[in-house]
Ligand binder design. Structure first.
Ligand code: ADP
Length: 532
């Protein structure tokens, strides 16, 4: 019996050993064949086990070259901090990225996950670490980071280029448009008047193409900004219609305006941008309609919270219409229904994409329906706010600044000769006395010696620019001289305008300066809305 028992025990033991052996062999095979590099170290950080993936990752041939050495020898400095951070006293498991140091001394990026394995009180704990080579991932991250930086730099360069281009293109236009306006007011003889008016029409279309190209570039680089001011809906509609009235009259196409009587008269939005959208759509309606009529309508819809309105506009024409398959395409830059349109109707294919983007920036949407041969209907809305009773821009509670409007002393600070002449001519014709300073320094000098009612200050001038000159004028102490300072610049964005105001200017005129606009601004300086 005893024998039988002994044999049975022996055979059980053999089976158990063989199972264990099998299990160990399987575990060893797993450790040897895994692509993850594994290492085990004792509580002093001395390596006691490494798998083949570890050896190949670190460039060693045999475990004997590695075992018995401190783990920190295989890492750059980070390993010491990492092992220091993971004390054997704590239960610890952590993951971090570090640099491995190969046998040949080269470094590589590695992600390490390390765990402390605690056993019973008699047996010391040990550390198990697994490593993943992340050199490629890191290189990709670096290149993405670099691409992002490069893109940001390119974007900044593009914005600077745009701002400069805007200045460079508009400055000569200032001279052309300004002088042509003066010429139109003074020339006699039908022929000369026709020529001057043709120059004016061409200059205006060139300016509108320049503005469109600059606008679309700004939109595409995310540099277009919108502002808010009080907008008189009826005036805005009237102004937009008046802008295209002449062309419509020439084609014998009447324009009918329908303003819903419930529309609040004054609303807060970016009226310049809103007017730009409306004029774009009206221009197209007139351009593509040879007979019939154009209808423009406007109504406001109050939001549920009663805080804001959706201001809806519809511009409907009885013109050539647009095939349905082209409706989506014409909202993309430089797209026209037919390329031959450029020759027949003119245009750059930028008006609609700009209008579409502006609508979205004003919290709205532009849509189009059309039937070829019957006409088109462009509808859009923008989100606007009701103007508060106190936020008045219509000169109520006004303060009169100067009683002698007809003889202002004006200092014009401008470095460009043709602009100097245009502005001087406009002002002297109005009966004002004008002094010219060719830069900010000279303007300051002249301002110290003589008192001026108005300073017309160009922003971009050599030496002291218009902004710094304005700040200094405002800081000249003990002075009774508090001139009305109007900045003028080819940089026409809302942030440029705000920058001018924050430097102490009272008003801003975008270049090119037109006689009527300058007159209007000089007139409006009589009225200042008191600080609320
Ligand atoms: P542009 O008019 O300067 O070419 P737009 O972006 O304003 O550029 O318009 C793009 C195209 O959409 C036009 O060329 C024309 O083919 C079409 N389109 C726009 N408005 C109308 C309209 N009211 N009637 C017919 N076609 C239109």
């Amino acid at each position: 019996m005893a024998d039988t028992n002994g044999t049975e025990e022996y055979s059980q033991l053999r089976t158990a050993f063989s199972t264990m052996e099998n299990e160990l062999a399987v575990r060893d095979a797993i450790l040897r064949n895994t692509s993850e590099a594994l290492a085990v170290s004792d509580s002093d950080g001395v390596l006691t086990y490494v798998n083949p993936a570890f050896l190949s990752m670190w460039g060693y041939n045999d475990a004997s070259e590695v075992l018995g050495r401190k783990a920190e020898n295989f890492m750059w400095s980070e390993i010491q901090q990492a092992s220091g951070a993971c004390s054997f006293r704590d239960n610890c498991s952590m993951r971090r990225e570090m640099q491995g140091c190969r046998k040949n001394g080269s470094a590589f990026d590695v992600q390490m996950a390390v765990s402390l394995v605690k056993r019973d009180a008699q047996q010391s704990p040990f550390m198990v670490a697994s490593f993943r080579d992340i050199t490629k991932q890191k290189a990709l991250e670096k290149s993405l980071y670099k691409s992002k930086n490069d893109a940001e730099l390119a974007n900044t360069a593009k914005s600077i280029f745009l701002a400069n281009m805007s200045h460079e293109l508009r400055t000569p236009m200032n001279g052309i448009i300004g002088f042509t306006s003066l010429l139109l007011e003074s020339v006699v003889g039908d022929e000369s008047k026709t020529y001057a008016s043709m120059i004016q029409t061409s200059a205006n279309s060139l300016l509108s193409v320049i503005n469109n190209i600059l606008d679309i570039s700004k939109i595409e680089s995310g540099k277009m900004d919108v502002s808010s001011s009080t907008c008189h809906v009826q005036e805005l509609l009237q102004h937009a219609v008046n802008t295209v009235r002449f062309q419509a009259d020439q084609k014998n196409v009447p324009i009918y305006v329908h303003l819903d009587p419930d529309t609040p008269r004054r609303l807060v939005t970016d009226s310049d941008r809103l007017s730009q959208i409306l004029i774009n759509l009206l221009n197209n309606a007139v351009k593509f309609t040879d007979e019939g009529e154009i209808n423009v309508s406007c109504r406001a819809e109050q939001s549920l919270e009663k805080l804001c309105y959706q201001l809806h506009f519809v511009v409907e024409d009885t013109g050539i219409g647009i095939p349905s398959e082209k409706l989506e395409q014409i909202m993309q830059p430089f797209q026209q229904v037919d390329v031959s349109y450029t020759r027949k109707y003119g245009g750059s294919g930028l008006g609609l994409p700009i209008s579409n983007a502006l609508c979205e920036m004003l919290g709205g949407k532009l849509t189009v329906e059309s039937v070829p041969g019957r006409g088109s209907r462009f509808s859009f809305f923008v989100t606007v706010y009701r103007a508060g009773a106190n936020r008045i821009a219509s000169y109520s509670g006004v303060t009169r600044l100067n009683s002698s409007f007809h003889s202002l002393h004006v200092l014009v600070a401008e470095d460009d000769l043709s602009n100097q002449l245009v502005v001087e001519a406009i002002l002297t014709r109005e009966g004002h006395s004008v002094d010219i300073a060719k830069d900010g320094l000279q303007a300051l000098d002249m301002f110290r010696k003589k008192s001026y009612d108005v300073v017309l200050m160009d922003i971009q001038m050599p030496g002291i620019n218009g902004l710094d000159a304005t700040r200094q004028i405002r800081h000249i102490t003990g002075s009774e001289k508090t001139p009305w300072i109007i900045g003028f610049s080819a940089h026409t964005s809302e942030s440029d305008r705000e920058h001018c105001m924050s430097c102490g200017m009272n008003d801003f005129i975008p270049k090119p300066v037109r006689p009527a606009v300058l007159r209007e601004h000089l007139h409006s300086m009589h009225y200042v809305v008191p600080e609320q």
